[in-house]
Design a protein around this ligand. Sequence first.
Ligand code: HEM
Ligand code: CU
Length: 663
Amino acid sequence: MALIERSTTTLPEVSTPSSTYGTFRRPVESTGWQSWLFTIDHKKLGIMYGVTAMLFFLVGGLEALLIRAQLAGPDGTILSADKYNQMFTMHATTMVFLFVMPMAAAFANYFVPLQIGARDVAFPRINAFGFWCFFVGAVFINTSWILGGAADGGWFMYAPNSSVPFSPTDGIDFWVLGLQITGIASLTGAINLIVTVINMRAPGMSLMKMPIFTWMILVVQFLLLFAIPVITVALFLLMFQRTFDATFFSVEAGADPLLWQHLFWIFGHPEVYILILPSFGIVSEVLPVFSKKPLFGYPLVVFSGAAIGFVGWGVWAHHMFASGLGPISVAVFSVATMAIAIPTGVKIVNWTLTMWGGKIRFTTAMLFAVGLIVQFTIGGLSGVTHAVAPSDTQQTDTYYIVAHFHYVLFGGAILGIFAGLYYWWPKVFGKMLDEKWGKWNFWLMTIGLNLTFGPMHIIGLQGQPRRMYVWTEARAGEGFFNLGFWNAVASVGSFVLGIGVLVFFVNVWLSHRRHGPAPLDPWDARSLEWMTTSPPKEHNFDAIPIVGHLDEFFHRKYEDRGEGEHHDYHQVATAEDILADQESHAEEHIHLPSPSYWPIVLAVSLPIMAYGIIYNFILIAVGAAIALLAMFGWGLEPHTASDSDYDPPPPETGGELEVAANG
Ligand code: HEM
Ligand SMILES: [Cu+2]
């Protein structure tokens, strides 16, 4: 049985003679809330990202339903014009920054170390700090609802509409500062995961033997690494414009408001790939398992993901075709936008060919995966119509655009997230989600999303502008294109969609009450994360595995008795056999970092400083003092004495360990 060693567990009572540090000794992991509050374990942080993000999904969904209730009939009175502006701004901000992005962080934190055969991420304390920055940033932004009103300038916050003369409440200041704080979570997370994937793969796992989900997450981290600094600069400029009367976007001062649009979309378009690629990664994991075939054209799926990551930097101005850029720029960005459809198309072909000739099991996870392919393709097709600049000039700022990005975001990113939830739930929580309820969840969400966003194509081409808090009977029109009818359908659809989402939570509740422990390998899966207990032990693997194949777990269970291209797989081991073998080779010493207070203390100092910028500069000093204390405590937190003379035994005969005790 492996002996777990922690950085400082051996020092609980003694304050180290060299510092006054004793009173601040690290908390010892225990059960209960402390083990979550001070955890630095990637699995726990993954679950915390997931739970928080799902809560914000409900908040963003509620905001969306209020919008649709307002537009269900002519001259809606549920929301005033001002409240409506706040509602769609916060709906979009919540869904993009507080749900889809952290949900990807949830899956990445939980599964990337497991998929590459590691025990944690490279910098566990920074990882905890990242989570808490997301958490406090998300709460901070939403406190604006009760502190004078939320941001109301739309999710892309165009200047000069976002400056004080046009939006005098503090709402946009909360948005600007809050996104700075959540941006720290994305940036630290990106650095952490890139170092983890590059440095901590199990022996034998070359890059082209890495599971596809980990590949897509790696591409996303590089996108974050380059995109977050761009929006950070833009947010700083807007903060200075609003707080210190700077004139970065003021025409009267000789500046150009288009600067904001360029900065926002240089971030904003790569942002949409940051939202969708994790779901592409999940689907590329799910399809092979439920088709009982390896992913078709694995290298192509990898490189088309990387290609999207690259070309995605060269299309941003397609959001500005109507801003007077001039024919040459418009032509260049038009062609670049059409080009990006190619690597996306490659993925869809590879997914289809993965299923082709497979023994398909339509579990709920598989239905959501196939749903993504269909719904995302619909969104992709309307996306191509935007690439054609003349038609985009008709479509921009209408409901046709709203239809497009909901098909790619809800039909793509969200359906992919649900495929991941149903696929990995047994591994994370040791329980199966109910398949019957799962099918209801899938079909209600699918019918709901097509009823909600389908009609938006029609009302958009009919000219209904987005961001208008009412539509009038006089403008509803006649016959098939009657705006009244299609708005009503869209609103009813959004409630069907809402019920569909709630069915998921009912399923979770009922399954955890009724179901016994899940089998170790319920889906007959292929990659390393399944070569663990359910849930995985704190140290993940008793012995770090040596990897010889892509789909290592599959190749440990099945022997290929075929010849050449003709494969003939025979099962030679079960998950239980493989785990028993792992245990018999368990390492003597497994070294894990210890929980820590400081990440959460440092994170909490940030909103205090942000409130200071909005209300009273003294608070900035208070926050800065707390930040200094936290950085001092963090820096002095004792390392494991044995770190330097620790001699890790070889892999699978005792395992190797590289989790940095001080990261
Ligand atoms: C739960 C189902 C959802 C419904 C019913 C819904 C509905 C809407 C509606 C009606 C608007 C347009 C408001 C207007 O322009 O007047 C809107 C805007 C928007 N939605 Fe959603 N939405 C949903 C989910 C999502 C998701 C999952 C995402 C992203 C991941 C998202 C991202 C956005 C964005 C970015 C905008 C633009 C806001 C703006 O103009 O500033 N929505 N949504
Ligand atoms: Cu774009």
